[in-house]
Unconditional design. Structure first.
Length: 134
């Protein structure tokens, strides 16, 4: 279930840039870029938090994804159940032991890619409309 949640969050982050195709929502056009900046700042914050552990205790202090999700979703949440497939269970275990920063970096990169991709698509659409109309 956790891998399905991850895919859903990544798909939501990428599709957020599609707002740029809607010409009436000019205020929201920068939303994808601001989300990407937010993800990047959160990743830098996680790296800094992990580095403080190196200075204080001599060990990396960043939270694992599993610890963060247990803190947010609570213990025993249905999303944290192990899948029946051993390969998926292994993949979920690997993902849950990774630092949160890797998820944040993936979201950041996907958000920047979405911004560029959808901005290009919106610009192509505007040019096509201009050439057809004028």
């Amino acid at each position: 279930m956790i891998l399905l949640l991850l895919v859903a969050v990544l798909a939501l982050a990428w599709s957020c840039g599609a707002i740029q195709l809607w010409p009436r929502a000019r205020v929201l056009h920068g939303l994808a870029l601001w989300c990407a900046v937010g993800w990047a700042l959160a990743a830098v914050g996680c790296m800094a938090y992990g580095a403080t552990g190196l200075l204080r205790e001599g060990a990396w202090a960043s939270l694992s994804t599993g610890q963060a999700l247990h803190g947010v979703l609570g213990e025993g949440n249905l999303l944290m159940r192990r899948p029946q497939s051993p390969a998926l269970a292994r993949a979920a275990g690997v993902y849950l032991t990774l630092d949160v920063v890797w998820t944040l970096l993936a979201l950041c990169l996907l958000q920047f890619h979405a911004h560029v991709f959808w901005a290009t698509a919106a610009e192509r659409r505007r040019r096509a409309r201009r050439t057809r109309g004028g």
